[in-house]
Design a protein around this ligand. Structure first.
Ligand SMILES: [Fe+2]
Ligand SMILES: [Fe+2]
Length: 379
């Protein structure tokens, strides 16, 4: 069976970081040689090829309109691989889910399903806005922006997926989309993310200032490690638990496609964070690191107990929280940071399997026959 490397799905080589003693001192700013000045500031006689080694993740001065030569070939690999996981929510048959939702789920299971969906609807819009509005514009190497552009598109596909589930099952849209505003356990997680996004969106943020750069890196770390890497990774599992019992299988399959995207988003984000730390001679503040995970755990615990006041068949709040801790440690390892929850166990060993589903097999079993291909579109 295909076994991806969950620490690093594309085997992107990770640079070594500056030693801890040296960290904290700002990296010397690059001297803007003529070839590094933005293209429009150069008189024609100064035109010259760029040196890819002059590229920087942030605060770079090389021409951002020129994709190659690459300094970050792994970023291009991420883009190519992201395009292998292409689907739309219309590709997956939801017929049985309508039956299941209305006739087979218990009230407790409907509560779980609806609130997972309600949380995700708001989360994916936040994820899209984070990458598209706060992160992408700060990247000064085009190969990073290209993958992030794909990521923005994928987040919008995820939002479409939730909307498709809501419409197909005939759920009350207004009620689902407003739940995070009235349910404290949902609001708590969204608020933590919104605060990080606000920090990165601040119009006067200046990444040449050390404090601002650190704040931006912490925000990006939060989104990659906590929001996408742990909350999302873990967030689909209550519905996977239903899917494993033969319930809501269409939704489960939709979520499997989304999970594959999210694995890549988290891995890419963490890789970019590592690169910034190396290039800018920065290290993550260990106290802030600890506080970030404590806040994330508190929010996830509240969420899990709200979702599952009583266990449903095959899934308990305690397992959900423990799995969050286990996945959090995995993200820490990817950043070479201390594990936030050293004793955590793999409470849901089947979860990684869900992420590595054999797409082609499932695809042809469930693909709806009236799906229109590009060649058969009728307007
Ligand atoms: Fe997403
Ligand atoms: Fe994402």
């Amino acid at each position: 069976m295909f076994q991806p490397n969950w620490e690093d799905p594309l085997n992107a080589a990770i640079p070594s970081l500056p030693d801890f003693q040296a960290a904290g001192k700002p990296a010397p700013a690059p001297e803007p040689a003529d070839t590094e000045k933005p293209l429009d500031s150069l008189p024609p006689e100064s035109l010259a090829p760029i040196n890819p080694q002059d590229k920087r993740v942030v605060n770079g001065l090389t021409d951002v309109n020129q994709l190659a030569p690459f300094k970050y070939p792994w970023a291009w690999e991420f883009f190519l691989n992201a395009n292998k996981n292409h689907w739309t929510p219309l590709d997956i048959n939801m017929g049985q889910d309508v039956q299941d939702y209305h006739h087979r789920l218990t009230a407790e299971e409907r509560h779980v399903y609806e609130h997972v969906l309600a949380y995700l609807t708001t989360s994916d819009i936040l994820a899209m806005r984070n990458i598209g509005l706060a992160v992408m514009e700060k990247m000064s190497a085009p190969e990073l922006q290209i993958y992030q552009a794909r990521q923005v598109y994928e987040e919008s596909m995820h939002t479409w997926t939730y909307q498709h589930c809501i419409e197909t099952l005939g759920l009350n849209q207004s009620e689902i989309y407003n739940r995070y505003r009235v349910v404290p356990a949902l609001y708590h997680k969204i608020r933590l993310a919104q605060e990080r996004l606000n920090a990165a969106l601040r119009p006067d943020i200046d990444l040449k200032q050390r404090d601002d750069l650190e704040e931006f890196v912490e925000s990006y770390t939060f989104f990659a490690a906590v929001f996408e890497g742990s909350w999302f990774y873990n967030g689909f599992s209550p519905v996977f638990a239903l899917q494993r019992r033969g319930l809501m299988k269409g939704t489960g399959e939709q979520f499997q496609y989304i999970l594959r995207d999210e694995v890549m988003h988290a891995a890419f984000g963490l890789r970019v964070v590592r690169q910034i730390l190396q290039e800018e001679n920065l290290s993550l503040n260990p106290k802030h690191w600890k506080q970030m995970w404590e806040a994330a755990e508190a929010a996830e615990t509240q969420y899990a107990h709200f979702l599952l006041p009583e266990p449903i068949l095959g899934y308990r709040a305690e397992e959900h929280i423990e799995q969050f801790r286990f996945v959090a440690n995995r993200r820490a390892k990817q950043l070479k940071m201390p594990e936030p929850f050293p004793s955590a166990k793999n409470a849901l060993p089947w979860l990684d399997e869900q992420a590595s589903m054999r797409k082609e097999k499932n695809f042809f079993e469930t693909r709806v026959t009236e799906y229109q291909t590009g060649a058969a579109l009728s307007w």
